[in-house]
Design a protein around this ligand. Structure first.
Ligand code: SF4
Ligand code: SF4
Ligand code: SF4
Length: 352
């Protein structure tokens, strides 16, 4: 793709023809704030927070404005700051943004911008609209319409990535509302609970049920890992609270999953801390399971294998391996069967 050169805040930066200003800026480590823009979905150009001055003249939304060779961009000046403050005031004037009671407090892009630009409170006097909080209908997602800024990230994510098309807008202008299907509760809609809309929501309008009542956002710590379910091997960022309890899973954008997770990867981590989880081997003795050491368990399995092999031959034993295991584990499994047991009876769940 053809390389282009721009001057952003006096710095010469390189980009590719076809990119927007915000894409070139962010690739070069220059942060232009935005609320509706998200790199994983198509551009919206709705929030206007990303206004920048182009060629020392007009203000243009950087998320949709094509970057052109030789373009001069100023990402912040007095007028731009004033516009951003005004937009933030408008957003705050609608709904309810009492951060103290919000699930997103400390992890909210709107809150960050309000603090960055020193917006104190909304000066607008528009009447508030009736909205809803739905904390009941879905086991995975809590919805608080009072925090929604109509950015469309969830709409586009559900449509373009998950292809479930659950979210959409109804009405127009001041009456515009985000609705699921034809205005169903989220838990009664066609939502398949991938949770991706929650991951991209910039505010507390969508929250994971798993985090509620389990600590503040700034108390959570992150560990990156690989999803334990299927063979895709999605990269996951797990968050644990002060007590060490896993409370949230987000798709990592550097993995093969590009930040996306399915319902299992997103919500299927509760078994890790289940009191019902087996943490020691059990051996059945006199009809009842008893706890045993790993040495006892492995000795027993080895003795059973040896007995079966001696009595019925090595081909009476087979092994089925799993896509949940690593390549190395799968290699060791087949090596064990061929070299130790003496059979080629090996198979793998992903073969079919
Ligand atoms: S959505 Fe953000 S700005 Fe609004 S109340 Fe929650 S934390 Fe505050
Ligand atoms: S959880 Fe997934 S399927 Fe459900 S509304 Fe959000 S993006 Fe769509
Ligand atoms: S729910 Fe969140 S992502 Fe969806 S429009 Fe509202 S603020 Fe944006």
């Amino acid at each position: 793709m053809e390389e282009i050169t721009l001057l952003i805040d006096g710095r010469e930066v390189k980009g590719k023809l076809g990119q927007t200003i915000i894409e070139v800026a962010r690739e070069n480590g220059i942060n232009i704030p935005s609320l509706c823009y998200h790199p994983s979905v198509s551009k919206t150009g709705a929030c206007r927070i990303c206004l920048v001055r182009v060629n020392n003249r007009m203000l243009r939304p950087a998320c949709v404005e094509p970057a052109i060779n030789g373009m001069t961009v100023v990402t912040e000046d007095e007028d731009i700051v004033s516009m951003r403050k005004w937009i933030l005031e408008l957003l705050l004037s609608d709904g309810d943004h009492n951060c103290l009671y919000c699930d997103a407090d400390g992890d909210c892009e709107l809150q960050s911008l309000v603090k960055r630009y020193g917006v104190q409170e909304s000066k607008k006097e528009e009447p508030k609209r009736e909205r809803t909080v739905d904390n009941e209908s879905s086991r995975g997602i809590k919805r608080n319409e009072y925090r929604c800024i109509l950015c469309q990230r969830c709409v586009k994510t559900c449509r373009e990535i998950q292809v479930s098309n659950v979210w959409g807008f109804s009405e127009r202008g001041f009456e515009t509302r985000l609705i699921a299907d034809d205005d169903q509760k989220i838990g009664e809609s066609n939502c398949v609970m991938c949770g991706q809309c929650v991951q991209v929501c910039p505010t507390g309008a969508l929250t994971y049920q798993t985090v509620l009542g389990r600590g503040a956002n700034w108390e959570l710590t992150k560990e990156s890992s690989i999803c334990i379910y299927c063979g895709v091997g999605c990269k996951v960022d797990f968050y644990k609270n002060r007590e060490g309890m896993l409370v949230k899973a987000l798709g990592n954008y550097e993995g093969p999953n590009n930040g996306h997770l399915c319902v299992k990867g997103r919500f299927g981590f509760d078994f890790v801390q289940s009191p019902k989880r087996l943490s020691k081997p059990l051996i059945k003795r006199n009809g009842a399971f008893e706890e045993a050491t790993w040495d006892e368990a492995l000795d027993l399995v080895a003795a059973k294998f040896a007995g079966i092999k001696e009595k019925y031959g090595p081909d009476s034993i087979a092994a089925l391996s799993s896509a949940k295991c690593t390549n190395e584990e799968n290699y060791l499994m087949q090596k064990f069967m061929r070299a130790v047991i003496g059979t080629n009876n090996v198979d793998h769940c992903a073969r079919l």
